[in-house]
Design a binder for this molecule. Structure first.
Ligand SMILES: Cc1cc2nc3c(=O)[nH]c(=O)nc-3n(C[C@H](O)[C@H](O)[C@H](O)COP(=O)(O)OP(=O)(O)OC[C@H]3O[C@@H](n4cnc5c(N)ncnc54)[C@H](O)[C@@H]3O)c2cc1C
Length: 384
């Protein structure tokens, strides 16, 4: 730990992909008196535990745009940040079983294509032809985008954080924020376990802990933590590589290639919100059932290990991004509902613009903090 400095222009609470990206974008624009305050170590919470998926196939145009810009960043990440995040554009394949979901997929593809996402709708026969190991008997169809893929989320966050640090930003790990100081409708700074920091701008990017940190400033935002489990198999040759990210959206099951093996995960729709991240091996049985139903050959795969992490979920599965009302200088970006890793690069850019210019070209209205009392239509439907 370096020397403690008790002032900063901008104090960023949370050292995941959102905090790292925001610090980077601020520093890149010359605002270098920035500090990231991270309770533990950088990128070890949801960011480091995520499946690393990067896709442009969303239902909501705002999510498509966030990810579209991020895909371009991931494509040239090494050039800009000097780190190889192993971005593999092996595609994302979404599968629909029911007519209702299939019709939604077809509508989504039209929206995606209007925004220049090269997504295609596939019949079950076309799916079987390209991925013969999949059982397509119960499918109505699927959608595929070859530009989608996955990257190493830990390396990506560290690449952004280290570049921010090189540009002058400070990073204080093992520093928990315990209070947000507000006076006369203006943010004054934060209190931490290592002392106070005076700052005129405070950014809350604490993921699953977004609600409790926003409460420090008097806001009750509807962001709840939910455990999500991921399992990795031992090397598994019977399925030819590369294996795209394959999402069976109705059972909320997915798998993709990971080194010589496979990585698979599933959302337990019945699980209540909590901060529990233990691995539940009885749940693994249900994951394997879903896996074998979709790809019977997976019966022969052996599980190597599993881990649990937290999604930060809002009522419409869309994040809350932007300034908070009545308190000058307070911003947040939380509630990414399972797709925040990939959106980090764009969200950091947008937050830096809001902070430095007071505006951004990105339409944040779908992500407004006060939308929940009058939610109209669906939020994001492509969630797993
Ligand atoms: C199993 C799993 C799979 C996922 N798969 C994908 C995927 O394929 N693609 C995708 O895009 N997203 C995925 N996600 C979601 C993604 O991981 C998150 O949306 C994203 O990492 C959120 O980043 P963040 O910076 O907001 O949060 P985090 O990475 O959780 O960072 C928040 C940080 O705030 C810190 N903090 C909390 N309270 C305080 C405090 N009081 N003081 C100081 N620091 C504090 C925490 O320690 C933490 O490090 C997945 C998540 C999980 C759990």
């Amino acid at each position: 730990m370096g020397e403690w400095k008790s002032t900063a222009e901008v104090a960023i609470i949370g050292g995941g992909i959102m905090g790292a990206s925001t610090a980077y974008h601020l520093a890149r624009r010359g605002c270098t008196d920035v500090v990231i305050l991270e309770r533990d170590l950088l990128a070890q919470a949801s960011t480091g535990l995520s499946a690393g998926g990067i896709r442009q196939q969303f239902s909501h145009p705002a999510n498509i745009r966030l990810s579209q810009e991020a895909v371009r960043v991931f494509e040239r990440f090494e050039e800009e940040f000097g780190v190889n995040v192993e971005f593999r554009q092996v595609g994302y394949l979404f599968l629909a079983q029911s007519e209702e979901v299939w019709q939604e997929f077809l509508t989504n593809v039209e929206v995606q294509r209007r925004l220049n996402v090269p997504a295609e709708a596939l019949t079950p026969d076309e799916i079987k032809h390209r991925w013969p190991y999949l059982n397509v008997e119960d499918l109505r169809g699927g959608t595929f985008c070859a530009e989608d893929g996955y990257a190493d989320p830990y390396m990506a966050a560290m690449g952004l954080a280290n570049t921010a640090r090189r540009l002058g930003a400070r990073i204080e790990e093992q520093t928990k924020v315990t209070g947000i100081q507000i006076e006369g409708g203006q943010v004054r700074g934060v209190e931490t376990t290592r002392g106070p920091i005076a700052a005129r701008v405070v950014v809350i990017v604490t993921g699953a802990w977004g609600r409790e940190v926003a409460q420090m400033a008097g806001f009750d935002l509807p962001v709840l933590p939910y455990r999500r489990q991921v399992f990795m198999t031992k090397g598994f040759d019977p399925i030819p590589k590369p294996v795209p990210m394959i999402l069976d959206i109705e059972p909320a099951f997915y798998f993709r290639g990971e080194g010589p093996g496979l990585l698979m995960g599933m959302s337990d729709q019945e699980e209540l919100p909590s901060f529990n991240t233990n691995v539940d091996y009885s749940f693994l049985e249900r994951v394997i059932e879903a896996a074998v139903r979709r790809a019977p050959i997976l019966e022969g795969a052996e599980i190597l290990r599993g881990w649990g992490g937290l999604y930060d979920i809002t009522p419409d599965d869309n994040p809350i991004i932007g300034p908070l009302p009545r308190v000058e200088g307070l911003y947040c970006a939380i509630g990414f509902s399972g797709h925040g890793f990939q959106q980090g690069p764009t969200v950091g850019r947008v937050l830096a613009e809001l902070i430095l210019d007071g505006q951004t070209d990105f339409d944040l209205s779908p992500f407004a903090h006060d939308r929940f009392d009058h939610l109209q239509g669906k939020g994001e439907t492509r969630v797993v």
